[in-house]
Unconditional design. Structure first.
Length: 94
């Protein structure tokens, strides 16, 4: 490496952001189950989790241009995706 400091994938802000997004993810999931008779049915990828990841990637792209120090690393995005995916899996298994 050329001296650039890499951030760890599992950082405190990634875990905090995952905890803050989990209730929104569950709200979307429950609302989708009530209104559209199921959002996740039997897909291998949870559509709500992928949707949140897409929105987070758009926000991250904007942050990279405006405030690069606040942008999330790939490991942090993966941490958030895993937290949302596990929350969705636990909710759908009930």
């Amino acid at each position: 490496m050329t001296g650039a400091r890499q951030r760890p994938g599992v950082s405190a802000r990634a875990v905090l952001l995952g905890f803050l997004l989990t209730p929104l993810n569950m709200l979307f999931l429950v609302k989708g189950l009530w209104m559209w008779a199921g959002v996740t049915r039997a897909e291998s990828l949870f559509t709500n989790t992928v949707g949140f990841l897409f929105l987070l990637a758009l926000l991250n792209r904007w942050l990279r241009r405006r405030r690069p120090e606040l942008a999330l690393s790939a490991g942090e995005m993966l941490t958030i995706y895993l937290m949302l995916g596990i929350g969705t899996g636990l909710t759908c298994s009930l």
